[in-house]
Structure formats: C-alpha cells, structure tokens
Design a protein around this ligand. Structure first.
Ligand SMILES: C[S@@+](CC[C@H](N)C(=O)[O-])C[C@H]1O[C@@H](n2cnc3c(N)ncnc32)[C@H](O)[C@@H]1O
Length: 262
C-alpha cells in the first residue's frame, strides 16, 4: 500500500438513512405544484429553467425564504440522495477541498458538511446575494454540523459559476480542489457556453485525480454535459441518481492523472 495515499471517505448506510427525506415529502411538493398549475395560477419560479442569465438572476433574487424553500424542496430531496452517491470513495476523508456550485442558502452545503471534519475547506458559490447572506449568517451561527455533531464552517462567495472562481478575493489556485459539485444548477439554469467556461475553470482548479459532479437537466442534457466535460479532458466515472430512473443525474468525472492510461 502507498504510505502517502490519503484515506478516502466512505458513505455508510447510517449516513444515507440520516440524510434521506421520505418520498411523501417529494410527492406532497409535486402535488402542490400540479394543483397550482391546474388552477391556472403561476407558481413562484415558473419560467426560470432554461432562461437567460438575467431572467435567472432576477427570478432567484425575487424569492423570499419561504417561497424558495417550497420551490427548492424537490431539489433538497434529490441532493440528500445524489450527493452521498456522488462522493462515496471519491474524496479524502480529511483535509478535502470541496466547491458547492450554486449552493443556494446552504441547502446542498449542509449535506456536504455532514461528511466533513473541521480540516475540510468547503466553499459555496451562488449568484443570489440574499442566499449567500443567509448561508453566511447560518455558518456564523454554527448552523452547519457533521455526522458527529461537530460544527463545520463553510465559506460562501457571491458570484456566477460561469465566471472565474474566487475565494477571499483571489482566484482559486491551480490544482487546489478535490471535488466540485453542483445540484439543480448546471442542467437547469446555465447554457452550454456557460458550462464550457465553468468546465474549463474546473479543469484548472481541480487537482489531477480530483472529481467534478455536475447535474444534467433540460437546459444542458446528459449528452451535452458529457461532451463538454470529456472534450475538456475529464473522464466519465459514473452517475449519481436519487432513484433508478431519475432524468436529471449528476455526472461524475475524474480529472485525469499523469499515471492514467489514455
Ligand atoms: C434550485 S437552487 C439549488 C440550490 C442547492 N444547490 C440545492 O441543491 O439545494 C439553484 C441555485 O443556483 C443558483 N444559480 C443559478 N445560476 C447560477 C450561476 N450562474 N452561478 C451561481 N449560482 C447560480 C441560484 O441562485 C440558486 O440558489
């Protein structure tokens, strides 16, 4: 065994049980959405999927906390199943550097924190100022914890993930990141040219042997996302679904190491 090899994180059944929200929560949310549509009313957030960047930014900026929580509930349900599947065995158990791309008010970050220890660096990015402020407030108040109840303190940055990635006012360093992950963002609210810019930046900041796990969806379907990431040199290593026939999986790609065969 390589003495320099880092211990990798493994997700347990207890983790999965602790994180999962029941199906009834998802079904109730979907039923409420269908009732709103059937009654001819617009539900908050309607028309943002696949829209241009200005419409997306305006749409998310208009949410209050309760409206966003209701809109995002299906996504929250999905993340609590997809994130464990995406990260299992792929990131170091200690000292991991993880980017949460499009983190909202910390709804996906809290799932990453479940697996973290205080040696991790977790940076959440979101373009909606209000969400970043909420996430920051929560972090300051000690509102993120890991599976043992230890407080985890992620950082948050307000910026578009289609732009070069910054933290503490400086561009992220080359090869400094173990995992970059997105949920309910890339496949819904970005367009292919934005994803190409994002993937090029991730190809710079993710270390060789590190991973990116990006969500596919109607705006950037599986084939398009695969083409963009493999075109940039990433290698597809799997996909993470919240249930067997889920149409919006996260595709998991590895940044090739010098030792990997072509
Ligand atoms: C459906 S929410 C998902 C939030 C979180 N990832 C989760 O799973 O609960 C989508 C988030 O993506 C953010 N977003 C959309 N386009 C973005 C962009 N170009 N850059 C950064 N964040 C973006 C929105 O502000 C919103 O918080």
């Amino acid at each position: 065994m390589d003495p320099n090899a880092r211990e990798m994180l493994h997700v347990t059944d207890a983790d999965r049980r602790a994180l999962r929200l029941p199906w009834s929560v998802l079904l109730a949310s979907k039923a409420a959405e269908m009732r709103t549509k059937a009654s001819g009313r617009r539900f908050v957030g309607q028309g943002m999927i696949g829209a241009d960047a200005a419409t997306v930014a305006h749409g998310f900026g208009a949410f209050d906390d309760d409206a966003f929580a209701a809109y995002n509930l299906p996504q929250r349900w999905v993340e609590r199943r997809q994130i464990p599947a995406a990260i299992d065995g792929r990131i170091p158990a200690h000292g991991a550097v993880v980017l949460d791309l499009g983190c909202g008010p910390g709804t996906s970050t809290e799932v990453l924190c479940h697996f973290a220890d205080p040696s991790w660096t977790i940076i959440g990015y979101d373009l909606t100022e209000r969400f970043v402020a909420r996430a920051e407030e929560r972090a300051q108040a000690g509102g993120f914890a890991n599976r043992d109840g230890t407080i985890i303190r992620p950082h948050f940055v307000c910026q578009s993930i289609a732009e070069p990635l910054f933290a503490r006012g400086e561009r992220l360093a080359d090869g400094s990141v173990d995992l970059a992950i997105s949920g309910g963002v890339v496949g819904l609210y970005l367009r292919a040219p934005d994803v190409e810019r994002l993937v090029a930046e991730l190809n710079r900041v993710v270390r060789p042997g590190g991973f990116i796990a990006l969500d596919a969806g109607p705006a950037v379907p599986v084939r398009a996302l695969r083409r963009i990431a493999t075109g940039a040199g990433f290698v597809l290593t799997g996909n993470a679904r919240s249930f067997l026939i889920e149409p919006r999986p996260k595709l998991v790609f590895k940044r090739a190491e010098a030792t990997d065969c072509p």
